[in-house]
Design a protein around this ligand. Structure first.
Ligand SMILES: [Zn+2]
Length: 610
């Protein structure tokens, strides 16, 4: 068996083990108490600990070196690295600079065939997935356009499905590509904030993204990783802790130092966190690091690396990072202890979940080692010592319900029902809830305001929220949605379906929810077109579309009654039809129909000449 096969088999065994453990804990937990309402639970169910592999093998040697060429013909300069810490995910690829412009050639990195084509108004925008013959798939995203026969294939499919948006699995053999063949032009499509190529290499079987720098791509990098600060948590147990206290570093003569060398702490159990970044030589972008090792008295007690990221696990970043610190402007502190329901598999060499036990009263020598993939590393040393004279007792925060992470949880009040499936929480949760009635002058609010815990706590899975309507006129029922008030007070619709007097939806955010209605049709603002215009000099029909609340559900453009492709770029609210051979000279009628999430429709019609 090759190393990769061995690794695959091992991952499979690990997966079975995890499934077995979760089944076991779920069954056991269901037997004791399947749902928690307002009573704090007396005894926590016993939960099996997850296993971590014993040794971090330098796995980069398992990947084929120099089999793949560069996807670009300009030097690879990274504005984003693999595993970089993003909102709700670890970055799954490399962001390669394209000199600030669109239209650079994108090359297939090896022989293979197009396996999947995705076109969307957000996300990856125009994206290509190429399957190669060595077990890996390369992904190219935010493309401006697809090249040659690939472009024709996409357009044909869009016309036959009458949809701009596309997620096509292409049969092997339909679109073969050669190593070094131009397959697209680089762009800025989808959720991209500047022109660049997002490039991934995936394991074809598992679709896990693998760090492309492990395949022999050379990025000039002689800069050592930056260690910005550490965080110290006081812990009563893995289920209850406070902190962090954050201490910034200083670099003196090439050595990172904290404000003091020995920290006398007030609990015998301590957790640590670290804020660290990396820069490469050619750009000043603050990119992500490759790995973190934490040593206690010379022994590894925690390692984390970004060799691979599975899309099923990526949201665990919200527990890998200190989410509350992030949400309150404190940046990305990576926790180096693992909460009970954090199932990220990027952790290795973990002893006691990374929790440091100082109850022996001795001085414990701690060391962080942070590495990039070019062989640069930075270290930070300090001591921890427990001072019983300073002892603090950590008390659970005030709460309205206590949720165990190891079971399904329910919360029921007269006007709200919540259901959190097992796995929603990373740890036991001291849940807070309150409600208030809208003031007499408030218009358009048809429920209580429900404050569901707080938005500084992350939730891993979608949970059900059901809110009871109050004083909602019958004729507005079909226009009702549940809205979430985000941190900046903006309203975001999460939709909803009726169950009796309750509107039900799914969400992954804690915060304030209520019912309102969307009675406004989407807006259409013509940009290049107006009735009666001679458009001989125009190459596009361009309009801007927007919706006030429930969001754009569909958009369909027609020329002389025939459906035409309109490219939608959500970040610019821009809808654009490129004139082509299908629309000849003469007089034409353009009609656009845009519908929002609750069925409000806006139509725009204009005749034009070409
Ligand atoms: Zn990217």
């Amino acid at each position: 068996m090759s190393c990769i096969q061995k690794r695959y088999v091992f991952s499979l065994l690990l997966l079975f083990f995890i499934i077995f453990c979760s089944l076991f804990t779920t069954l056991e937990a269901t037997a004791s108490s399947s749902c928690m309402h307002y009573e704090p639970i007396k005894e926590m169910p016993v939960v099996k600990k997850h296993h971590y592999s014993a040794a971090a093998v330098p796995t980069k040697y398992n990947y084929p070196q120099n089999y793949f060429r560069s996807p670009l013909d300009i030097p690879l300069i990274l504005s984003g690295s693999f595993g970089e810490l993003r909102n709700n995910h670890f970055h799954a690829g490399l962001d390669c600079k394209t000199k600030g412009v669109e239209g650079k050639n994108i090359y297939s990195i090896a022989d293979g065939y197009i396996k999947r084509i995705k076109v969307s108004p957000g996300g990856y925008g125009n994206a290509l997935y190429v399957e190669h013959f060595n077990g890996y798939t390369s992904v190219y995203a935010h493309l401006q356009k697809f090249q040659g026969t690939i472009g024709q294939y996409v357009k044909d499919r869009q016309y036959s499905l009458q949809s701009f948006e596309l997620d096509e699995n292409v049969d092997p053999g339909v679109l073969y590509v050669k190593k070094g063949q131009v397959i697209a032009k680089s762009g800025n499509s989808g959720s991209s904030s500047a022109p660049h190529l997002h490039f991934e290499i995936r394991d074809s079987q598992t679709q896990e993204a693998i760090n492309p720098l492990l395949f022999g791509y050379k990025i000039s990098d002689t800069r050592t990783p930056l260690i910005q600060s550490i965080g110290i948590y006081n812990m009563a147990s893995e289920n209850l802790f406070i902190g962090p206290r954050v201490f910034g570093t200083k670099k003196e003569k090439g050595v990172y130092k904290l404000p003091r060398y020995t920290f006398n702490v007030s609990t015998p159990l301590i957790g640590l966190g670290i804020k660290a970044y990396d820069k490469q030589n050619a750009a000043n972008n603050l990119n992500g690091i490759y790995s973190i090792d934490l040593l206690e008295n010379g022994n590894k007690i925690y390692s984390f690396d970004v060799e691979r990221i599975s899309f099923a696990e990526t949201r665990y970043i919200n527990n890998h990072l200190d989410y509350k610190l992030k949400r309150t402007g404190g940046g990305n502190l990576q926790k180096c202890f693992i909460e009970p329901n954090n199932l990220l598999s990027a952790y290795k060499n973990v002893i006691n979940r990374g929790i440091i036990d100082l109850s022996d009263g001795q001085t414990h020598k701690m060391m962080f080692i942070v590495r990039d993939l070019a062989g640069n590393s930075s270290r930070l040393s300090f001591n921890l010592k427990y001072s019983p004279s300073k002892k603090v007792t950590i008390k659970p925060p005030s709460h309205d319900a206590m949720f165990s992470y190891a079971v399904d949880n329910y919360f029921d009040r007269d006007q709200i029902h919540l259901y959190f499936p097992y796995g929603s929480f990373y740890n036991d949760l001291y849940f807070k809830y309150s409600s208030s009635a809208p003031s007499a002058e408030t218009k358009g609010v048809y429920s209580l305001y429900h404050k569901v815990h707080n938005n500084k706590t992350a939730v891993q899975k979608y949970f059900d929220i059901k809110i009871k309507a109050r004083y909602l006129p019958a004729e507005l029922r079909s226009k009702a949605v549940i809205v979430y008030k985000d941190t900046r007070g903006r309203k975001k619709s999460i939709g909803g379906n009726w169950e009796g007097d309750f509107l039900k939806a799914r969400t992954r955010d804690f915060g304030t929810y209520y019912i309102t209605t969307d009675t406004q049709a989407p807006k259409i603002r013509p940009i290049t077109i107006k009735p009666g215009k001679n458009m001989a000099k125009n190459s596009t029909i361009t309009v801007k579309i927007s919706d006030n609340l429930s969001g754009i559900k569909s958009y369909n453009g027609y020329v002389d009654g025939r459906w035409v492709l309109m490219e939608y770029d959500a970040k610019y609210a821009r809808l654009r039809h490129w004139f082509d051979e299908k629309t000849g000279k003469g007089k034409h009628t353009f009609r656009l129909v845009v519908e929002d999430g609750v069925g409000n429709v806006k139509t725009y019609t204009a005749s034009y000449r070409r």
